[in-house]
Design a binder for this molecule. Structure first.
Ligand code: SF4
Length: 224
């Protein structure tokens, strides 16, 4: 039976014959505009059926052939985005204080550090991260396994959200008023905790099972 090709970042399509691939573009940020030309050239050359802009800030090239995958990655100079598999998947980052007039925290700076360190990190289950530069929360951190939301006095860190399925869950706030370094350190602790927990379900479901107070306690956070 036809299957996804995890090592090539290729997802089997509905026709059971072709694949979709989604190159990793950290933060969905493109400063080298030739990258767009390369993606378009590769899509045209290898007869992709469509380029789909995904909610994870990626371009998905849909409808490419298995035998072309290696050449596509080589010629594009890109690496697969972690769109499938048990790992840190997307890290959705808003423009923050770099570009957005409403930003109060450096979402791109912190988000890209998270992306560099954790994108694709193997974990017991899929794990999504969101980073937003202000309380408008445009990168939807409330429905990510780990979310950072910028406030005037620092980062608000949320854990346990997910949007998929029939019973989505809003994340719990686990810390407030953190500096960049403190927020990054807490993100590391949450990821490490999730890895050690070793359970094949979303973080929010684990929090519901053990209780938020215990989760925070095990992270070394105050109950309130
Ligand atoms: S969350 Fe705030 S900083 Fe980020 S894009 Fe939205 S309004 Fe701008």
């Amino acid at each position: 039976m036809a299957e996804d090709l995890l090592e090539k970042g290729a997802i089997m399509q509905r026709d059971k014959a072709t694949y979709a691939i989604a190159p990793h573009i950290p933060g969905g940020l493109i400063t080298d505009f030739n990258l767009l030309r390369r993606i378009a050239d590769v899509a045209e050359k290898y007869r992709a059926q469509v380029i789909k802009i995904t909610s994870a800030e990626r371009f998905a090239l849909v409808g490419v052939q298995a035998e072309d995958l290696d050449r596509i990655w080589q010629e594009s100079g890109l690496v697969p985005g972690a769109a499938i598999g048990l790992c840190v998947r997307s890290i959705k980052i808003c423009p923050g204080t770099t570009y957005c007039r409403l930003g109060v925290q450096d979402a791109l700076g912190v988000g890209l550090k998270l992306d560099e360190k954790y994108h694709g990190l193997p974990l017991p289950y899929k794990f999504k991260i969101g980073v937003a530069g202000c309380l408008n929360n445009c990168s939807e951190s409330s429905v990510k396994d780990l979310g950072l939301v910028g406030a005037a006095k620092g980062w608000r860190v949320l854990a346990g959200g997910f949007a998929s399925g029939l019973n989505p869950r809003l994340a719990d706030v686990i810390a407030t008023n953190l500096s960049d370094d403190e927020a990054l350190a807490l993100a590391a602790r949450v990821l490490d905790w999730f890895k050690q927990a070793g359970k094949k379900r979303r973080l929010g479901k684990i929090i519901d099972e053990i209780g938020l107070a215990r989760f925070k306690e095990e992270l070394g956070l105050p109950a309130e």
